[in-house]
Design a protein around this ligand. Sequence first.
Ligand SMILES: Nc1ncnc2c1ncn2[C@@H]1O[C@H](COP(=O)(O)OP(=O)(O)OP(=O)(O)O)[C@@H](O)[C@H]1O
Ligand SMILES: [Mg+2]
Length: 375
Amino acid sequence: MSRSIRPTGSGSNAQSTVEVGIKVMDTATDTSNEASRVRVEGVWKVFGKRPEEARQMAEAGAGREEIREAVGSVVAVRDVSFQVSPGETFVVMGLSGSGKSTLVRCVSHLIEPTEGTVEVCGTELTQADSATLRDLRRRKMAMVFQHFGLFPHRTVVDNVAYGLEVQGMDRRERQERARELLGTVGLEGWGDHHPQQLSGGMQQRVGLARALAVDPEVLFFDEPFSALDPLIRRDMQDELIELQLRLRRTLVFITHDFVEALKLADRIAIMSDGAFVQVGTPVEILTNPADDYVRAFTQDAPVVKVLQACSVMRPLGETEIDPGWVRVSLTTPLEAALPHLLGSTDPVLVCDEQEAPVGLLHADEVAGVISPDRR
Ligand SMILES: Nc1ncnc2c1ncn2[C@@H]1O[C@H](COP(=O)(O)OP(=O)(O)OP(=O)(O)O)[C@@H](O)[C@H]1O
Ligand SMILES: [Mg+2]
């Protein structure tokens, strides 16, 4: 997680960002291309014939079904634009069929958008020649899929080393690197097995290690944990957060699980019928849902378990610290801070990894985020 810290509340504060010892990022106001690892502008994807006619109908407000009946084609993605900053985790969340996979495939260039531009690490994909694209794929971006997509006849270590093999690295060196990465994802000693000898969770770790092997700047994930049991899934989420704290890559993560989105995201885009209906930080989405579709997700979310102090705190600013205030860390879940807020009129002090105070939790602001009535 980049875990850049935004103040709570709306209005003029909502777009500012302060540094808390991890990194500075202001995704809300940053529009320069250089600062974005991924830039998507006006992307459409129409499957089927007469795409222009389908698009015109969509622009006039027709829904997917109406267009499919009239023209026979499917508008899977409609006019999507967003940017992702270096080190940011951008999560696209939506129900089945909302267009998430199609969008991530357009952005990772597995398929061509019908219209619009996609730029990854400064390269405009639709304009790039095949050598540039190949290089980008081999060195700068990687993808992790829902059903792992491992090679069944290759050993685990050879699966992980695949991208390095394609890059031309010699066997000894790539195997060494692959075994190192297996350690990173908790699979030390499993290199000589075949994928089918591993559980689903372990196979997905191999998928993750394979993606990380080429040391990509941008990683795309299409529902990587959806096929896993809830407990394994939670472990994998925690491990991805840990890994991201260390590696600080740019992540575009697809999920249909709102809780997973809240947990992993710096920003979430909520997708419906091919379009983005809201883009914001978890707190912005919880406190200010754009419409009933978004509100429905927020109603049952276990917010106090998922949100951490860093997402809700107000920057310390010039506030004088009272030595009696309870201290929590940036990653403390709200539920652990709540008893202190309820039992006292004092704020709770949030401290970074060096235990330096960086922010404050105030009871009324926390209540504004967690209370369903106030969302
Ligand atoms: N190759 C294709 N040809 C025709 N239609 C397609 C194709 N791929 C996807 N679609 C349609 O595009 C729409 C969006 O599909 P997509 O797979 O992107 O949704 P999704 O949000 O990823 O769903 P899920 O959560 O089930 O994976 C759906 O109506 C789907 O039927
Ligand atoms: Mg999908």
